[in-house]
Ligand binder design. Structure first.
Ligand code: ZN
Length: 283
């Protein structure tokens, strides 16, 4: 059972669920308004969050989408409040409205390589046999950044892009030093091999490092990340982006150099990250 977590007086969130690919849903509340972050992977998911918020006397006034991947937008159907998104998220949703989510259509897209097995399976699991999935177009569209004054609490939304999704946006709450990263730090999963590119990763890291944050929320991580954990993660990614170019995608040489720098064996996660950079390196 998913229950609401209180990150602070002004921020609550519903943790993610791995099996059905439910991302974090969050609410940031000021003394005037509440901003909801992401719509969820189904009407059921969105309703669960709404109910949990109501039990805590919170109701949303606006909703912002971090990007257009299905698990963040399929809950839009009965949302009933103005929805904000980046312009590319808007056009992606428009395109997705044309698609069928029935078994045959999903399987065909997996076959063609435009959908990935993990998402197709999660959609089937979350939505059962009813795949009449309707998600209306968002109402408010921005290009680069947008700031929302919730009353003593501010949300700065910035389009950052990256390998995971070109439309990825992050939401910064300066008064709480909290940064919602959505999925932007994850690899590109819509590729033959999951990957990061040195160029996109470097651009993204610079944008993330511009924010003075103590707490980071990644949409599919069970726990918020501390500053120390995030600094280590970004450092690793920077090193990977540098060494993948220097060693022309030679994984063994990258691993050697990074292990030498860290003066220890590399962890599974570190090896995986290096592998993703090798996958994204075009010789
Ligand atoms: Zn995503």
């Amino acid at each position: 059972m998913q229950t609401l977590q209180h990150l602070s007086k002004n921020i609550v969130y519903l943790p993610p669920v791995q099996e059905t690919d439910r991302p974090v849903l969050a609410a940031v509340t000021g003394n005037k308004k509440t901003l909801i972050i992401d719509a969820g992977n189904s009407v059921r998911h969105a309703q669960l969050f709404k109910d949990e918020l109501l039990r805590n006397d919170i109701s949303g006034n606006f909703l912002v989408l971090t990007h257009s991947h299905w698990d963040h937008v399929f809950g839009l159907e009965n949302i009933g409040i103005p929805v904000i998104c980046q312009e590319k998220t808007y056009t992606n949703i428009k395109d997705m409205q044309q698609l069928s989510w029935e078994d045959q259509a999903l399987d065909q897209r997996v076959e063609e390589g435009t959908e990935i097995p993990f998402c197709a399976d999660a959609i089937k699991l979350e939505h059962g046999t009813n795949r009449e999935i309707a998600f209306p177009l968002p109402d408010i569209i921005f290009e680069k950044t947008m700031t929302i004054d919730l009353g003593n609490i501010t949300c700065v939304i910035e389009h950052v892009g990256g390998d995971h999704a070109k439309d990825s946006c992050i939401i910064y709450v300066p008064e709480e030093k909290t940064l919602f990263l959505g999925d932007c730090l994850y690899a590109n999963l819509y590729a033959e091999k999951w990957n990061y590119t040195a160029e996109q990763a470097s651009l993204l890291i610079n944008k993330i490092e511009a924010y003075d944050a103590e707490t980071y929320i990644l949409s599919h991580h069970d726990q918020p990340c501390t500053k120390q954990v995030m600094e280590a993660e970004l450092k690793l990614m920077k090193e990977c982006a540098r060494t993948v170019v220097e060693h022309r995608g030679n994984q063994a040489l990258m691993e050697q150099e990074l292990a030498k720098e860290l003066k220890r064996d590399l962890s599974e996660d570190e090896l995986e990250t290096i592998g993703f950079f090798v996958n994204g390196y075009v010789k």
